[in-house]
Design a binder for this molecule. Structure first.
Ligand code: HEC
Ligand code: HEC
Ligand code: HEC
Ligand code: HEC
Length: 158
């Protein structure tokens, strides 16, 4: 009997570890985990309860029908208003305006799509920004450079 003592010790240790893992798992794994796959099922409902931040593609047209109509017949037709401005929920709550919508007049907005890049599809008009602005070398790009010539009507209906 003297010789089996170390085996009992090992067995006891193993059982202690297993008990710790099984009990610990019971408390640590979230309730709905695994109910419909390898994820927490309740997370779906938490996301569904959140207010949507973006509007439908024609959400702005409800109140800005003139700008929406101009845009729809111009080259920026495929660019959603929210891309250049901000999400609907930053401006409208319960169907009414509660805060100003962002107006981004920075040239970097335009450069994001129109700066000449080797890998950019040719179907998007591209300019070398510094050349287009006829800047002298070393001269910084003025923040609101593009809207000086491409004004709001030209931007909404290029
Ligand atoms: C390609 C980017 C772009 C898109 C797309 C765009 N806007 Fe604009 N918008 C601008 C910029 C830039 C200005 C500021 C122009 C300026 O100051 O000359 C502006 C100005 C405005 C203004 C202020 C006009 C004023 O009279 O002061 C409103 C309102 C507006 N946009 C609404 C919209 C709506 C609604 C849509 C979608 C139908 C839209 N915009 C789509 C870039 C965009
Ligand atoms: C429920 C009506 C409503 C909707 C929907 C709406 N707006 Fe407006 N918006 C207004 C009102 C009212 C003003 C202030 C008067 C004005 O300039 O026509 C305004 C003003 C603006 C301005 C000028 C800055 C400011 O806040 O005063 C911009 C830019 C603008 N809206 C963009 C948008 C864009 C982009 C969308 C869609 C994502 C949108 N709006 C959706 C009602 C609306
Ligand atoms: C999200 C991408 C995007 C942004 C941001 C954007 N544009 Fe555009 N723009 C387009 C697309 C797409 C077209 C249509 C394809 C084309 O003609 O290049 C276009 C067309 C144009 C055209 C007409 C080009 C032509 O073919 O004659 C001008 C001018 C223009 N944009 C200027 C601007 C200015 C100025 C800004 C910044 C206020 C701006 N764009 C912001 C995507 C964008
Ligand atoms: C000094 C005036 C002026 C300024 C500032 C200016 N543009 Fe232009 N841009 C023009 C003119 C003029 C045209 C040619 C006529 C047109 O397509 O509207 C043009 C054309 C374009 C085109 C179409 C090019 C093509 O190949 O069809 C794009 C894109 C453009 N500009 C983007 C910009 C961007 C981005 C900025 C800011 C970095 C900017 N522009 C600043 C005057 C200007």
């Amino acid at each position: 009997m003297e010789h089996t003592k170390h085996i009992w010790r090992a067995a006891f240790l193993l059982i202690a570890v297993l008990t710790f893992v099984i009990v610990g798992r019971h408390f640590l794994v979230p309730k709905s985990f695994g109910q419909a796959g390898y994820y927490r099922y309740d997370a779906l409902f938490e996301h569904m309860d959140k207010e949507p931040r973006h509007g439908a593609p024609d959400a702005c047209a409800d109140c800005h029908d003139d700008i929406a109509a101009a845009k729809a017949s111009g080259k920026h037709a495929p660019v959603q208003c929210e891309v250049c401005h901000d999400v609907l929920s930053s401006h409208i709550k319960d169907g009414d305006k509660f805060a100003d919508m962002r107006i981004n007049r920075n040239w970097e907005l335009c450069a994001y799509c129109h700066q000449r890049l080797v890998g950019r599809p040719a179907l998007i008009a591209q300019v070398d920004i510094r050349e287009h602005l006829e800047l002298a070398s070393g001269q910084a790009i003025p923040a609101e450079a593009c809207v000086q010539c491409h004004d709001k009507d030209a931007i909404h209906h290029p």
